[in-house]
Design a protein around this ligand. Structure first.
Ligand code: HEC
Ligand code: HEC
Ligand code: HEC
Ligand code: HEC
Ligand code: HEC
Ligand code: HEC
Ligand code: HEC
Ligand code: HEC
Length: 468
């Protein structure tokens, strides 16, 4: 590209920068509202793991389901350590990375099969889905994987243009939009290498992760490196990533600069330097929706419930003026339900979930041809007490459903029957009936059953009173 042309384009880009700066600072770094926060697995805290994995109410039963499905024993996970005075206590079982030391996500069966979209949704294209990657020669407007450094004639500053690093740069002083707390952003090399994909043992050189460096790199042909990135960041996915900058509906070409890939000519220039045609020449269709929160991660079985989903880009206008609206898909191996929302905005969906059987379901927001990142909805067997009746002196018969597995007898697991904080002795325990005895059990006392799936309470009724 001729130098004079570059300078004049840079000047016009700067004008746009100046105009938009009043709305919001332009990248770098980019806002963190879409997809996964740009960080490495080892820097996610327990709270952040829970941000995607719901809550203890989801994770406690998910771990405990492994007792049946993988034949694990309590002490496989709850290891005992010396308490320093001759006794034992449980090792920390709340901090995720005590047990999960490297990204489990990128050793999962879906990752091995290169079904990256299973979790990442349509923010990327799947490597093996045969999506379009150009084969024509590269030119002065072909994006680079990182970019090139030029001097901004307006202020003499060095800026990166024509590549991902024009906007996606590491930062020590970013604010996480989900928590409003400071949280650094990692570089593109660190986020990708932090997955462990292609990783090799530094000493022996033996593979210790799935995949290989060449999934992302073309070391033999540096000029064509962006085409290897396109095996996931193809023309289709890259040109359908966008946040809305103001009010209303996301609209390509009509947004302020710096909110995505197709909102503004400035965005096109970020990757292409010189923009080719205009936004309308490459009509965007359904923009990828991003799911960040749910009003509930667990619901009771066999009951309808209202659910609120939060996120971004739930609805948009395409380059073709068609409006793309969301639906909510809830599925597991045997059931798929496509739900039409009761109402929606760019950032919120209200949807009624029909009665479902117990189990763990995938939840995604879909628009024609694209889907959000994956979330989960756990449906619990309903836990209820129908009656708690004084069977004899200080012994209550509790009937209901969902009491689940019997608490272990050999140590205090926290499960069982309680009056206030006082544990009762369990005489028998099945999914529908529990018998317990304790001096504290009497007519009118409130008994609490703490099961693996939660806890539930009821006042004890005297039999005499009932038969009189
Ligand atoms: C089981 C769900 C799952 C699958 C399948 C999956 N990922 Fe991920 N990916 C995640 C999660 C969760 C994170 C963030 C935490 C981490 O690094 O484990 C992540 C992070 C990443 C990141 C860093 C992004 C950032 O902004 O920090 C990259 C790059 C990535 N994954 C690539 C891939 C590729 C390539 C595949 C397919 C070969 C894949 N993933 C399959 C769940 C998944
Ligand atoms: C950005 C969202 C996200 C974050 C953050 C995240 N996970 Fe996940 N994780 C997922 C998704 C999506 C899956 C796949 C669906 C599932 O199994 O729940 C998954 C799956 C898993 C699995 C099962 C992997 C397999 O074999 O299928 C483990 C274990 C796990 N996550 C642990 C963690 C831990 C520990 C952390 C915190 C360090 C964490 N995750 C942070 C989204 C996330
Ligand atoms: C696969 C590992 C694993 C196995 C096996 C396992 N647990 Fe857990 N358990 C956990 C983890 C992890 C947590 C904490 C999860 C969290 O903080 O969200 C937990 C939490 C608990 C809690 C606290 C419950 C709560 O509501 O916070 C109790 C009680 C418990 N386990 C008892 C048991 C008993 C009894 C067994 C055997 C029947 C067992 N666990 C088997 C991993 C396991
Ligand atoms: C005490 C050890 C321990 C702790 C702490 C722990 N986990 Fe696990 N977790 C396990 C084990 C063991 C498995 C089974 C792994 C396997 O099957 O390969 C597991 C499996 C999982 C799974 C997959 C469950 C499934 O359905 O297959 C998820 C998701 C998960 N852990 C998330 C978390 C999160 C998030 C935290 C922190 C809140 C956490 N774990 C804390 C030991 C632990
Ligand atoms: C003109 C600035 C700009 C350039 C250049 C740019 N991006 Fe983005 N990108 C953004 C913005 C803004 C977002 C929205 C970020 C958010 O809110 O999470 C985004 C989001 C993304 C997302 C989805 C969310 C996430 O963080 O994972 C992917 C994937 C992505 N960009 C890939 C790329 C790739 C690959 C390149 C280089 C080929 C690139 N981008 C170049 C501005 C840019
Ligand atoms: C999941 C995709 C992915 C895999 C797998 C991967 N890389 Fe990278 N790598 C990247 C990205 C993205 C960057 C940042 C862009 C750039 O500068 O090339 C990067 C950067 C680099 C760089 C530039 C220097 C730096 O760290 O910034 C080198 C060298 C490199 N990678 C080597 C490797 C080697 C060797 C392997 C295999 C052991 C590997 N990469 C595996 C995605 C990947
Ligand atoms: C094998 C698939 C794959 C390849 C190849 C790949 N990436 Fe990514 N990339 C991902 C995934 C997955 C994400 C995370 C999307 C999300 O937020 O869910 C990502 C995210 C990004 C982002 C957004 C910032 C971030 O870290 O989330 C940038 C920029 C990026 N990639 C650049 C590159 C570059 C440059 C290359 C080529 C050197 C490359 N990628 C190759 C899978 C890939
Ligand atoms: C995040 C980076 C990024 C942004 C932002 C971006 N593009 Fe692209 N675009 C690419 C990549 C990568 C290719 C493939 C280039 C190649 O391999 O030669 C591409 C290809 C194209 C093509 C050729 C498609 C084909 O069929 O071969 C057009 C036209 C195009 N972009 C227009 C635009 C317009 C207009 C905008 C702004 C609305 C824009 N791009 C914004 C990365 C981007």
């Amino acid at each position: 590209m001729n130098k004079k042309l570059v300078t004049s384009m840079l000047a016009s880009a700067c004008l746009v920068v100046g105009a938009a700066a009043a709305v919001m600072a332009l990248p770098p770094p980019v806002p963190q509202s879409l997809g996964i926060y740009d960080a490495k697995f080892t820097t996610f805290t327990r709270t952040e793991c829970l941000g995607c994995h719901g809550s203890d109410a989801v994770l406690v039963p998910r771990h405990h389901n492994l007792i049946n499905s993988k034949g694990l024993a309590c002490l496989d996970c709850h290891t005992m350590v010396s308490d320093g005075s001759g006794g034992f206590t449980f090792a920390d079982f709340r901090t995720c990375n005590v047990c999960h030391k490297s990204s489990p996500h990128h050793k999962s069966a879906k990752a091995v099969a290169q079904d990256c979209q299973y979790c990442h949704g349509s923010f990327i294209d799947n490597p093996l889905d045969g999506h379009y990657v150009p084969t024509y020669g590269v030119s002065s407007i072909t994006p680079m994987k990182d970019g090139r450094t030029v001097t901004n004639p307006a202020n003499g500053a060095q800026v990166i243009v024509q590549g991902c690093e024009a906007c996606h740069q590491a930062s020590d002083s970013a604010i996480d939009p989900k928590t409003n707390l400071p949280r650094p952003i990692s570089s593109n090399a660190d986020t990708h290498h932090g997955t462990g994909i292609g990783a090799k043992d530094p000493v022996t050189g033996a593979p210790i992760g799935i995949g290989q460096c060449e999934w992302c790199h073309n070391f033999n042909n540096p000029g064509l490196e962006i085409r290897q990135c396109e095996s996931c960041h193809g023309v289709k996915s890259l040109h359908n990533i966008q946040l809305k900058s103001g009010t209303g509906t996301v609209s390509p070409g009509n947004e302020a600069a710096g909110f995505g890939h197709i909102g503004n000519n400035w965005d096109c220039q970020g990757c292409h330097w010189s923009w080719y045609g205009n936004a309308a020449s490459n009509p965007a269709t359904a923009i990828v929706p991003s799911l960040t929160g749910q009003s509930a991660y667990t619901l009771a079985a066999n009951k309808t419930a209202a659910l609120t989903l939060t996120g971004a880009s739930f609805t948009n206008v395409g380059g073709n003026s068609v409006t793309y609206n969301p639906s909510v898909v809830i599925s597991n191996d045997t059931t798929t339900k496509t739900l039409v929302p009761v109402s929606f905005t760019d950032s919120e969906i209200q949807v009624n979930v029909p009665a479902l059987l117990p189990g763990t379901y995938n939840l995604t927001v879909v628009k024609e041809g694209v889907k959000s990142n994956l979330s989960k909805l756990v449906i619990f067997p309903e836990l209820t007490i129908n009656s708690a009746i004084l069977a004899s002196r200080n012994t209550a018969t509790i009937t209901g459903k969902g009491f689940g597995v019997k608490p272990p007898a050999d140590y205090n697991s926290g499960m069982g029957v309680f009056v206030g904080t006082t544990p009762a002795t369990v005489v028998s325990w099945s999914d529908t009936k529990v018998v317990a005895t304790s001096p504290a059990i009497k007519a009118g006392a409130e008994v609490t059953v703490k099961a693996l799936n939660g806890s539930v309470s009821k006042s004890v009724l005297a039999v005499a009173k009932k038969t009189r």
